[in-house]
Design a protein around this ligand. Structure first.
Ligand code: FES
Length: 89
């Protein structure tokens, strides 16, 4: 039987299958980007293997690579404040 866990991305609850990476959880969210570029473009995870650094994101208060981090129950994933404010203007 497949086990699911709950976490939050920018405060919004999401349910994923246990073992899912944070990058994959981001891909299931309405805005699948991890951060913004310096020019304000959405930057989603790219390589999926810890090389490109495009998936840097805050997980439980620490900067991590989303593609190298498995989801855990109760995990808090947060994009940069600039990202969140730009999406809600
Ligand atoms: S997607 Fe490239 S380092 Fe995570």
């Amino acid at each position: 039987m497949t086990q699911t866990i709950n976490l939050t991305i920018d405060g919004v609850a999401i349910t994923v299958v246990e073992g899912t990476s944070v990058a994959a959880a981001l891909a299931r969210s309405p805005l699948p980007a991890a951060r913004l570029s310096v020019s304000g473009q959405l930057r989603p995870p790219f390589c999926g293997m810890g090389v490109c650094q495009e998936c840097r994101i805050t997980i439980d208060g620490k900067r991590r690579l989303a593609c190298q981090t498995p989801c855990r129950a109760g995990m808090r994933v947060e994009r940069d404040a600039k990202f969140r404010s730009d999406q809600h203007d």
